[in-house]
Design a protein around this ligand. Structure first.
Ligand SMILES: *[C@@H]1O[C@H](CO)[C@@H](O)[C@H](O)[C@H]1NC(C)=O
Ligand SMILES: *[C@@H]1O[C@H](CO)[C@@H](O)[C@H](O)[C@H]1NC(C)=O
Ligand SMILES: *[C@@H]1O[C@H](CO)[C@@H](O)[C@H](O)[C@H]1NC(C)=O
Ligand SMILES: *[C@@H]1O[C@H](CO)[C@@H](O)[C@H](O)[C@H]1NC(C)=O
Ligand SMILES: *[C@@H]1O[C@H](CO)[C@@H](O)[C@H](O)[C@H]1NC(C)=O
Ligand SMILES: *[C@@H]1O[C@H](CO)[C@@H](O)[C@H](O)[C@H]1NC(C)=O
Ligand SMILES: *[C@@H]1O[C@H](CO)[C@@H](O)[C@H](O)[C@H]1NC(C)=O
Ligand SMILES: *[C@@H]1O[C@H](CO)[C@@H](O)[C@H](O)[C@H]1NC(C)=O
Ligand SMILES: *[C@@H]1O[C@H](CO)[C@@H](O)[C@H](O)[C@H]1NC(C)=O
Ligand SMILES: *[C@@H]1O[C@H](CO)[C@@H](O)[C@H](O)[C@H]1NC(C)=O
Ligand SMILES: *[C@@H]1O[C@H](CO)[C@@H](O)[C@H](O)[C@H]1NC(C)=O
Length: 469
């Protein structure tokens, strides 16, 4: 007969089982697209009468060129070439199987006349414009129901010339919600790469109800005090990969969203499988990576690695509120370096900000399984301001291997949260003080094997009576 397992053996088996990542991700890089192989046909915007003098309005030229290229959609698609020059335009629509290609020193300039940015319906998952009730201005570059769209080039620039929109926001003379610079809606197979995006009127790149979106090697820049000029906002979108980006704007650098209160709950489309690698940036007023505050369709499987934020207000931020419903779970942030950051980790459970009074205050968000590991920071004011919701604790928050040089005498301020920590300096707040290993491994999302190894060695000499200490 087999002898029964000893406690140590049981724990070892448990540890091995629960610490191994249970999702196997294909690789750590975005899928590569070989641009040489696609788009047998190409036309230049100049063939459609466009004038690159920075003054002539070229909206018709862009629309006509794209209308013409539609006839190649079933023949491998086509490329619209934008040569060096300053190409002023109003909003235009992309089509499937199109590459918009901006040459070196090509600059697409957004018109400074709001009438060149038509008003369209609000998103169903928001129920109204984000800033004002009713419709919203359409983005400069817009796409709906598309497949296989590429916006790329030899480091050309798309400049939204957002100043007039920022002024109207500040002096409260907007009639409708401000436009994004690029918005793709209900589209699949989107690649945005090798370009610089400047001065968006509102959020810069907004994939909404999209799948298979890659944003690679782009710079996104707007003045640090420009209002709500988020960098990249994946919204109710899945399989999104963002890598090698530099973002410096007036709001969140990346904000992952999924709809707003009762409208987002009813629409019910989550953001999931969002990968971020090698992101560098700063946001003086807001966050490096934010989730929410609109997260009513749920946000899960967010993996962010190799991050550097400097001169930034907060590095990792989760924003939610009673009324949002939805969930934020399975979030993994690893290898982050911070310099001059006010609040390294910030969760806000009472963000407020509702579309209208019809939200259900009992629709409480579920926030769980958030792992943040391998972080070093200098010139940090506060390590964590982590606030859940009374009666709706945020749980399984796991911090590991975090070393922050903090100036505040109260480095952590936690309420209505529960979780674990391991090798965190300054030492984490009381509600996160419980050790991770071994019985809590499965509570923590995608915890690495180093904990298992280092802690097994550490515990080798201990008796089983210490296990719960
Ligand atoms: C999204 O696009 C697809 C393909 O173009 C279309 O079949 C579908 O109805 C669209 N869905 C929505 C919600 O617009
Ligand atoms: C996009 O898909 C929706 C839903 O099928 C449809 O109502 C709409 O007309 C489509 N729009 C375009 C431009 O194809
Ligand atoms: C791309 O352009 C931006 C400014 O437009 C510049 O800062 C950056 O160095 C350029 N990158 C490359 C690879 O040429
Ligand atoms: C608000 O700002 C816009 C854009 O700068 C300007 O045209 C308008 O005159 C301003 N309105 C008021 C009331 O200040
Ligand atoms: C972007 O630029 C890099 C470096 O110049 C190049 O290797 C890569 O193929 C380009 N990617 C795309 C999608 O254009
Ligand atoms: C996650 O998204 C990437 C594209 O960014 C895709 O290649 C991968 O298959 C997706 N993973 C899962 C588990 O769906
Ligand atoms: C951590 O990220 C930095 C970039 O921010 C990168 O240079 C470094 O190789 C990464 N370290 C590991 C262990 O992957
Ligand atoms: C802790 O994190 C740092 C980077 O922040 C990394 O260099 C180091 O290898 C990590 N330690 C362990 C034990 O993984
Ligand atoms: C933290 O920063 C202060 C001020 O820059 C410095 O004097 C101190 O040595 C740093 N502490 C650690 C542990 O790095
Ligand atoms: C903790 O945060 C709360 C809410 O922001 C604040 O009122 C309180 O003063 C903070 N406590 C400390 C010790 O900083
Ligand atoms: C999960 O953690 C393991 C161990 O650190 C790491 O190798 C893997 O890349 C992580 N998965 C993702 C998608 O980040």
């Amino acid at each position: 007969m087999r002898r029964p397992l000893t406690l140590v053996e049981v724990l070892l088996v448990l540890a091995l089982f629960c610490c191994s990542p249970w999702i196997v991700w294909s690789n750590t890089l975005c899928q590569q697209t070989n641009l040489e192989e696609v788009r047998p046909h190409s036309v230049s915007i100049t063939e459609f009468g466009a004038v690159g003098d920075g003054v002539t309005l070229n909206t018709k030229a862009f629309q006509n060129a794209i209308f013409y290229l539609n006839s190649f959609a079933d023949k491998g698609g086509a490329k619209l070439f934008v040569p060096a020059g300053r190409w002023l335009t109003g909003s235009f629509d992309l089509i499937s199987h199109l590459t918009l290609w901006l040459d070196k020193d090509a600059v697409i300039l957004g018109s400074t006349n709001p009438e060149d940015w038509p008003v369209v319906d609000p998103l169903p998952s928001y129920g109204r414009g984000r800033e004002l009730p009713g419709g919203r201005h359409r983005s400069l570059i817009y796409g709906l129901n598309l497949t296989d769209v590429i916006i790329t080039g030899n480091n050309g620039t798309i400049d939204g010339q957002g100043l007039i929109w920022w002024s109207r926001f500040r002096n409260k003379t907007l009639d409708y919600t401000r436009p994004h610079l690029v918005e793709l809606m209900n589209s699949t197979g989107v690649l945005i790469s090798n370009l610089t995006f400047l001065n968006s009127p509102f959020w810069t790149i907004h994939p909404v109800y999209c799948s298979q979106v890659t944003v690679q090697n782009v710079a996104i820049i707007a003045p640090l005090d420009s209002p709500n000029t988020d960098g990249i906002d994946p919204d109710s979108s899945d399989n999104v990969c963002i890598e090698d980006c530099y973002i410096s704007t007036g709001d969140d650098l990346i904000a992952i969203k999924s709809g707003w209160d009762e409208y987002g709950i009813a629409f019910g489309r989550p953001s999931t499988n969002i990968t971020i690698h090698r992101l560098v940036g700063r946001s003086q007023t807001s966050a490096g990576i934010a989730i929410g505050s609109e997260m009513s369709g749920g946000v899960s499987e967010v993996h962010a690695e190799d991050i550097h934020f400097y001169d930034t207000y907060s590095a990792i931020r989760i924003k939610t509120s009673p009324g949002r419903g939805g969930y934020v779970r399975n979030i993994y942030v690893s290898n982050m370096t911070l310099a001059n950051v006010d609040i390294a980790i910030r969760f806000t459970g009472l963000y407020g900000d509702h579309p209208d009074d019809a939200y259900d205050p009992n629709a409480l968000p579920v926030i769980e399984k958030i792992t943040i590991k391998d972080v070093v920071g200098e010139k940090i004011k506060t390590a964590g301001l982590i606030e859940g919701i009374e009666g709706d604790n945020f749980v399984n928050i796991c911090l590991s291997n975090i070393t922050l040089n903090v100036s505040s005498n109260y480095p952590w301020n936690c309420s209505y949260i529960k979780g674990y920590s391991d090798t965190v300096l300054p030492e984490a707040c009381e509600s996160l003080k419980e050790r991770i290993f071994p019985e809590h491994c499965s509570d923590c999302y995608n915890l690495s094997n180093h904990l298992q190894t280092s802690n097994s060695e550490h515990r080798a000499g201990q008796t089983s009576g210490d296990i719960r200490s």
